[in-house]
Design a protein around this ligand. Structure first.
Ligand code: ATP
Length: 307
């Protein structure tokens, strides 16, 4: 099995009496697009900065690309990062800026034209940086992070400040970046920005881990209830009374009834609702589990509602 791209335990950062990253364990498997999600001030930038050797951890051990986080120099040559805006020269073109970065970083400049195309700046690489929109600046930053074809790419809020169209473009770019085994760790305070492109999620708040694992698994077993729609509208009240008499919690939702799962197995509940309807001669036009969205789940985790 391939070693994880990031595996740290007990990662902690204190500034004076203030703990901003608190005993955090993070594991990111190699080859995934991992979303690092948490509200403003949750500690995402600080954590990423510690992985990049920019901020010294107060405590914690672990590895990045198999090398100890205590020696960032031993793995940084294989890590690309966009964390805070890179210092590009305003009067140089995008392509010229990348050449400067390649020279300083000791990277081969040959892939620059291809990289500009990859981030959607193929026809604007010759324009001065100062003429770029915010979205273009962010994309140039990603191109710079890709110089040297890193095994791990760390992007801190690449969609920050972008308009909805820019956010969509950034999302599709991030989704395209994981290729040939590369791992991408990308942060955002907005889960909806990342949920479609991330196969792995690390959710944090106030420096602590709320969840980490496959995106799909976050939703497993989380079901709000079973939605039931009788074929005939007049059967709705009959069915509701029947279910309530059977001890179920039922709420009306438009034409449908929603039966709360309340810890029960959702399929067993659906079967029991179906049996009760059948016994009463009520034909069901719909009987379906109501799943919680990822956003619901995230907010519940952040608000401490569901663990
Ligand atoms: P955002 O989404 O707003 O960028 P974040 O999750 O990236 O937030 P951080 O930037 O890591 O959060 O900040 C976490 C906390 O650490 C914040 O309360 C911030 O004020 C504090 N912090 C960060 N850097 C320092 C520092 N150098 N000195 C003191 N406090 C700091």
């Amino acid at each position: 099995m391939t070693a994880p791209a990031v595996a740290v335990t007990g990662l902690t950062k204190r500034y004076g009496a203030r703990t901003v990253v608190d005993d955090l364990d993070v594991e990111v498997p190699a080859g995934v697009v991992a979303g690092f999600v948490g509200p403003n001030g949750a500690g995402k930038t600080t954590t990423m900065s510690m992985l990049l050797g920019l901020v010294r951890p107060t405590a914690g051990t672990g590895t990045v690309l198999g090398a100890s986080i205590e020696e960032p120099a031993s793995y940084l040559h294989d890590v690309g990062a966009l964390i805070e805006s890179p210092a590009f020269y305003p009067s140089l073109s995008g392509a010229e800026n990348l050449r400067v970065f390649a020279t300083v970083g000791g990277h081969d400049p040959a892939p620059i034209a291809g990289l500009l195309g990859r981030v959607g700046l193929g026809d604007r690489g010759g324009d001065r940086y100062r003429s770029y929109s915010l979205g273009m600046k962010q994309r140039l930053g990603i191109a710079a992070a890709l110089l040297g074809d890193p095994a791990l790419l760390i992007l801190d809020e690449p969609a920050n400040g972008l308009d909805p169209q820019g956010v969509r473009e950034m999302r599709s770019l991030v989704g395209d970046l994981a290729s040939s085994g590369r791992t991408v760790l990308v942060s955002s305070h907005d889960l909806s920005e990342l949920e479609q492109v991330c196969d792995w999620l690390v959710l944090i708040d106030t420096g602590r881990s709320l969840y980490q694992g496959p995106t799909r698994a976050l939703l497993d077993g989380v079901t709000r209830g079973v939605a039931v729609l009788p074929e005939r509208r007049e059967d709705r009240a009959v069915l509701r009374d029947l279910l309530v008499a059977g001890g179920h919690e039922v709420v009306a939702d438009d034409a449908r009834l929603v039966v709360s799962v309340d810890g029960a197995d959702v399929l067993e509940l659906a079967a029991s609702v179906n049996r009760a309807a059948f016994a009463a001669g009520v034909v069901l036009a719909e009987l379906s589990p109501l799943r919680t969205t990822l956003e619901d789940r995230y907010l519940a985790l952040v608000q401490g509602g569901v663990r």
